[in-house]
Design a protein. Structure first.
Length: 92
């Protein structure tokens, strides 16, 4: 099971295994906060292709993180050093 699927299961299942979203948890702030944190972690763990940018007036280029737009120092980094976003260097 992927982390994304696990998050969806937690978000939309109640104690009795029924769907949809548990009505009694709609106003539970701690539950909502937990779901938001889990969503952020799942999104950060989902690989994203770095953005390729060209240097001004040259043929050289560099990469930035697609989430925080900070420079990625090397093209073999698995995670952004600034925000922790997982990077996917495969061409799509």
């Amino acid at each position: 099971m992927t982390s994304k699927k696990a998050l969806n299961n937690i978000k939309y299942i109640d104690l009795y295994g029924r769907y949809p979203y548990p009505y009694y948890l709609k106003d539970d702030l701690e539950y909502k906060e937990s779901i938001e944190i889990l969503e952020e972690l799942v999104n950060r763990d989902t690989p994203m292709l770095p953005i390729k940018l060209k240097w001004k007036n040259t043929e050289n280029y560099y990469y930035v993180c697609p989430k925080c737009e900070e420079d990625v120092a090397r093209n073999d980094e698995v995670f952004c050093q600034d925000c922790g976003q997982r990077l996917d260097w495969r061409k799509k």
